[in-house]
Design a protein around this ligand. Structure first.
Ligand SMILES: *[C@@H]1O[C@H](CO)[C@@H](O)[C@H](O)[C@H]1NC(C)=O
Ligand SMILES: *[C@@H]1O[C@H](CO)[C@@H](O)[C@H](O)[C@H]1NC(C)=O
Ligand SMILES: *[C@@H]1O[C@H](CO)[C@@H](O)[C@H](O)[C@H]1NC(C)=O
Ligand SMILES: *[C@@H]1O[C@H](CO)[C@@H](O)[C@H](O)[C@H]1NC(C)=O
Ligand SMILES: *[C@@H]1O[C@H](CO)[C@@H](O)[C@H](O)[C@H]1NC(C)=O
Ligand SMILES: *[C@@H]1O[C@H](CO)[C@@H](O)[C@H](O)[C@H]1NC(C)=O
Ligand SMILES: *[C@@H]1O[C@H](CO)[C@@H](O)[C@H](O)[C@H]1NC(C)=O
Ligand SMILES: *[C@@H]1O[C@H](CO)[C@@H](O)[C@H](O)[C@H]1NC(C)=O
Length: 342
């Protein structure tokens, strides 16, 4: 890596101007629009009308707006249980995305296996390692405050919103020549062997750029560390405790044992709350609820504060008067980018 490139990289960390630096390596993403799905009306269900619906798949429980089978889910929240596998596999309908749990009180949130990238950086002809992630389904975003962790030595990471190219954050990892000093930092991820980026918004697609300048100051010589980056996204800064073993081990971390990434699904019949609540026929929130705008379009419902375990998407779910609603929907399908040619 030459001096000019080093300067570009460190400038990147200062203001994260990576986007311009790597324009030639960007991949456009295919956005495939499917025809509108109209006329598939549903009422806001009652507890009774949902009584026959499955509520588990294997040992994974879920509740409305998610559901399996006709009349059991809000459009956009269909799940499929593949019970030919052991244990059965729960999938977000029309995707290959596995669902490994639903997140308690926030009923639109599901847990999926951690979004993770294992990147071998031993190819000297590659300067920037670029990875993309695109939400598996319309309306689904990585939850606010999710944290991207980067494990490695001498790695600079920049994270961008793929919709806007806005910088979501950057971080750098360095390693000490002294393994004992490294181990003293076990438990925190603040630049020694591990760094993190907290994403303070809901993100539906991103691109990630990693540089590996292989600077003497950032790469240890007294013990062997593979030239690689292990990157994953977990719900909060506290979801992962750095361990030097994860850095020096000869095998990749087992991403299925580090936890999952949380995705939140917005109700997508209208762009914002005012429009949604004006369209009584499609409004998803029952009585005694609040409506919140989702960052990338759509909305969420929640029970008023005094109702602790209600379901704002089910009739009388937060207590109140019965009502009837119909949903009309338009649906888009996103296909993940495949980064080639770097
Ligand atoms: C983001 O940046 C890349 C590279 O600079 C560019 O090719 C792309 O058009 C940009 N996208 C948007 C939405 O601005
Ligand atoms: C498997 O799932 C189907 C529906 O998806 C259901 O009809 C069937 O009873 C299930 N089998 C078992 C063993 O749970
Ligand atoms: C999703 O799959 C179901 C069948 O599993 C199909 O009826 C429905 O039209 C699909 N939805 C979209 C938006 O492709
Ligand atoms: C690059 O690193 C990966 C894993 O770190 C290893 O499997 C692979 O053999 C290495 N390739 C070369 C050419 O050294
Ligand atoms: C994300 O969380 C931060 C901190 O709680 C908050 O200030 C911000 O408004 C949130 N953004 C969204 C889009 O919810
Ligand atoms: C990874 O972790 C999962 C869950 O803890 C476990 O079931 C699986 O066997 C592990 N895989 C490897 C290769 O260690
Ligand atoms: C949602 O967004 C609309 C349009 O920007 C705005 O008028 C409205 O006040 C917002 N509603 C809430 C609950 O934030
Ligand atoms: C290294 O990257 C270049 C450019 O992408 C590619 O042509 C080459 O095959 C790669 N080499 C290895 C060993 O992966």
């Amino acid at each position: 890596m030459d001096i000019q490139m080093m300067h570009t990289c460190f400038a990147c960390l200062m203001d994260c101007a990576c986007a311009a630096a790597s324009s030639n390596q960007q991949q456009e993403c295919n956005l495939l629009e499917s025809p509108e799905v109209m006329g598939s009306g549903h009422t806001i269900p009652s507890k009774n009308s949902l009584a026959h619906c499955p509520s588990t798949c294997g040992d994974i429980g879920f509740s409305y707006p998610f559901g399996i089978g006709h009349g059991c889910f809000r459009q956009g929240f269909e799940l499929i249980c593949d019970n030919t596998t052991h244990p059965p596999t729960l999938l977000l309908a029309n995707t290959t995305t596995k669902v490994i749990g639903q997140s308690g009180r926030t009923l639109e949130v599901i847990e999926i296996p951690a979004i993770a990238f294992n990147i071998a950086m031993n190819n000297s002809s590659i300067i920037d390692y670029i990875r993309y992630w695109v939400s598996p389904a319309n309306g689904f975003t990585i939850v606010n405050e999710s944290t991207l962790f980067v494990i490695g030595c001498g790695i600079e990471a920049c994270l961008f919103d793929l919709d806007t190219n806005e910088t979501m954050g950057s971080c750098i990892t360095m390693c000490s020549d002294n393994l004992g000093i490294m181990e003293m930092h076990d438990g925190d991820c603040t630049g020694i062997g591990c760094c993190h980026i907290i994403v303070r918004r809901e993100l539906r697609r991103f691109w990630l750029k990693l540089d590996h300048p292989d600077d003497e100051r950032t790469t240890p010589r007294s013990y062997r560390v593979l030239s690689r980056a292990q990157v994953f996204i977990l719900p909060t800064i506290n979801s992962y405790q750095f361990n030097t073993n994860d850095l020096v081990s000869s095998s990749w971390m087992n991403t299925s044992s580090i936890g999952g990434t949380l995705l939140r699904g917005a109700i997508m019949d209208q762009e914002t709350c005012p429009g949604a609540s004006a369209s009584k026929a499609t409004y998803a929130c029952t009585t005694n609820t609040n409506c919140f705008n989702a960052t990338n379009g759509g909305y969420y419902c929640s029970c008023h504060d005094d109702v602790t375990d209600g379901n704002p998407y089910v009739n009388l779910g937060c207590s109140g008067d019965p009502g009837t609603a119909y949903i009309f929907f338009s649906m888009y399908a996103y296909y993940p980018c495949v980064a080639t040619g770097f």
